[in-house]
Design a protein around this ligand. Structure first.
Ligand SMILES: [Zn+2]
Length: 409
């Protein structure tokens, strides 16, 4: 922020901006933050009319896999497994074969980050595989890419034991090293379904989190009563360690597979412990009731998860589309419900990820996405092209195209 004659001179003045409350205002941006919001503000060094378009806070993709996506490369047809039922380890083997022929992680991760920025995402949480086969190679690649894009997207990294933790010798030590070398959170994966050792995996995950003063984000696909018991145990441990707001469970399918009263008891445990739940609303599997969890006081957040990789051929990193898919799958119809869907990809996700100074308010970081919509509900159903995306006040995408400094190839 600079001043002239005692008055703040905005770096950028955004005029004719529609806010979610329906007011049309100008936004003065200085030193990367929203310095003023008003009907009439003094000129800035640069001025840009938004033509009455809607200004939303930068979108948050709270669950991606930057090391897995094949975005930017040739089309990869989905390869079906041979097992009668879905097998994580069979899919991991198919993935290893496909990624063995793919471009380097740096190239693919960069392409995905640029696509996400073009779609208005300003914050991401990426899981990165840590296992004895991959070692720390993917972590090092994603760390390098994160640094390259640090002015354009904020990225948290979860050390993710894709091949299991206690059942996969050497993984604990690699996870420990990953946390020392720059991963932000400790991941987990189906303590029962993958490791067949709920207590052992959760001991390892919580021990690593304590050792590195880090948060936790666990993939949990384990079904019904089995998964519910694991959620209760995660909540119990989070509560006893005072980790409210620092533990997330991704997917938590179990909550969508049991009678509502059973889900309610676990929802209350999660709320009391401050454990958030992430969903991507898969089309082929039951998932938690967003409204039931929110009513119980659980922070529910959204992410794209796998984007055009060996697991899933869909997606183009668009969190407005993800909000629409969650709304569609949840039977949301009213403006209020569509607003909830967007909240999962904005304010709720920012709270769960611990993103400071988030939102369109004076003092907030100027992470903004602009769409030609008349309100939030219309933005969710229509998913318009992102006309402008700002990261800390700097234009990083325009008219649906990435404009930042990095180059994916
Ligand atoms: Zn995932």
């Amino acid at each position: 922020m600079a001043s002239a004659g005692g008055n703040v001179v905005f770096d950028t003045l955004l005029t004719d901006a529609l806010l979610v409350d329906g007011s049309t205002v100008s936004l003065g941006v200085a030193a990367g933050r929203i310095a003023a919001i008003g009907a009439s503000l003094p000129a800035g060094r640069e001025q840009l009319s938004l033509g009455g378009s809607l200004v939303l806070p930068g979108l948050v993709d709270a669950h991606v896999h930057l090391d897995k996506s094949l975005i930017g490369g040739p089309w990869q047809p989905h390869r079906a497994g041979k097992s009668a039922t879905f097998s994580v380890m069979e899919r991991v083997a198919i993935e290893a074969e496909i990624l063995g022929r793919a471009a380097p992680v740096e190239e693919r991760a960069a392409a995905l980050i640029e696509l996400a920025i073009a779609r208005g995402t300003t914050h991401m949480r990426s899981h990165v595989d840590i296992d004895p086969v991959t070692g720390l190679a993917s972590l090092h690649a994603v760390l390098a890419v994160r640094e390259r894009y640090e002015d354009e997207a904020s990225i948290q990294i979860v050390a993710f034991p894709q091949r299991g933790l206690t059942s996969c010798p050497g993984t604990f030590q690699l996870m420990d090293a990953a946390m020392r070398e720059g991963a932000d959170l400790v991941g987990g994966l189906d303590p029962s379904g993958v490791d067949h050792d709920v207590g052992g995996q959760l001991d390892a995950v919580f021990e690593l989190a304590q050792r590195h003063a880090a948060g936790i984000d666990i993939h949990l696909h384990d079904p019904a009563a089995e998964g519910l018991a694991e959620l209760d145990e995660i909540a119990r441990r989070a509560k006893s360690l005072g980790m409210a707001g620092r533990v997330n469970v991704s997917h938590a399918y179990a909550l969508g597979m049991v009678p509502k009263a059973d889900a309610q008891r676990t929802a209350e445990n999660l709320a009391e412990a401050g454990v958030s739940i992430l969903t991507n609303a898969p089309g082929n599997h039951p998932y938690p009731s967003v409204m039931q969890l929110r009513a119980a006081g659980v922070t529910v957040i959204a992410g794209n998860d796998n984007i055009r990789d060996a697991w899933w051929p869909y997606g183009d990193a668009d969190m407005l589309e993800r909000a629409m898919l969650i709304a569609y799958g949840s039977g949301f119809l009213t403006d209020q419900e569509l607003g909830v869907a967007l909240d999962l990809a904005t304010h709720a996700a920012a709270r769960a990820l611990g993103i400071d100074d988030y939102g369109v308010h004076v003092g907030g970081q100027a992470d903004l996405v602009v769409v030609a919509s008349r309100n939030v509900a219309e933005a969710v159903v229509a998913r318009p092209i992102r006309s402008h995306v700002f990261k800390a006040g700097r234009l990083v995408a325009g008219n649906g195209k990435y404009l930042g400094r990095g180059t994916a190839t």
